[in-house]
Ligand binder design. Sequence first.
Ligand code: C5P
Length: 401
Amino acid sequence: MLRGKHILLGISGGIAAYKTTFLVRLLIKAGAQVKIVMTQSASSFVSPLTLATLSKNPVMMDFVNEEDGSISWNNHVELGLWADLMLVAPATANTMSKMAHGTCDNLLLATYLSAKCPVYFAPAMDLDMYKHPSTKASIDKLESFGNVMIPAESGELASGLHGEGRMAEPENIIGFIEDHIAKALPLRGKKVLITAGPTHEAIDPVRFLGNRSTGAMGFELAKKASSLGAKVYLVSGPTHLSVDYPNIELVRVTSAQEMYGACHAVYADVDVAICAAAVADYRPKSVATEKIKKKEGDMHIELVRNPDILLSLGEAKKQQFLVGFALETENEMENAKGKLERKHLDGIVLNSLKDEGAGFGGGTNKITFIDKNLAVKTFALKTKPEVASDIWDEIISRIHA
Ligand code: C5P
């Protein structure tokens, strides 16, 4: 859930700041990138050097750094925009009150005001401070901004008193954020089938018919679906790509017939299926058991039709939202609309080989999404991860409509 996420950790000055060393370790272990902004008083409780080492990034405390006669500026706006998520932990009564009132007298607060991402805060203070109406008012105000509180836990406090006010344990903070993100994910609880890559159709034990598809578009669609909360079956033909996401089940196949079998094995159970694979339309009628030796004169290989996987999924469609790809060189729109109808699709992604940067290989694609009501949306040339995101936006807006 947190893999690849940019997490901005704001540490304010309470004894619980010492727990942020464990928190940072766990965030890094979960695959997040972490940058830290701390208040001056937090640095009395936990060493900036320890945190810089654990987070693998310099820790920022002031607007301006003066070192060896040079001056540099910690840009709070850039930091705020970098973050996918800001976590203020521990959030002291003082820092929460300032956050609630728009006070901006340190880098942490300026960054908070600049951040457009979701903000979580984990209060930590003594029990009477936690219960004070003023603290309660700050929390209410922050929640009214859409910030999310990670409630303090009960137990022994630094004062020696017993009660509510301890900052949530690092593993509970992470569990809380992961749960919260999961609940807000649009594909949570959904199952998705994606085909990717080329197929290889054997001629003999060493030769095959194939194509130049790399599988990149399908893999990006799978990664995006997974980060949106789906369970993904990624059925891929031969590719050098791999993926290591806990909720992506990668099924590697070689031929179109194998891909057909792997897709139908899960299709009945999925909510969305996207066929991004470049499936060979034909395969050799027979596969030689031994390597074919060259002879005088030409040779001919008889080819037979492969199953059209997408068409077969269209014919078996029940609850599934089914999307195909159309890679065209001429009469693009007409051909794509024809496929949409013939294969009983809910949407089709058209890429034209006439567009520079579109189609196989390369890191980019330029697409047009057409739905079954023939609503058409054309996108600019983008990176494949961005294109995957656009395709999912189109699908999600329709399955949730
Ligand atoms: O008809 P055409 O091959 O151009 O359609 C392309 C779409 O059909 C793509 O989504 C591709 O993954 C799918 N397809 C398939 N099985 C085939 C051929 C194409 O699933 N044998």
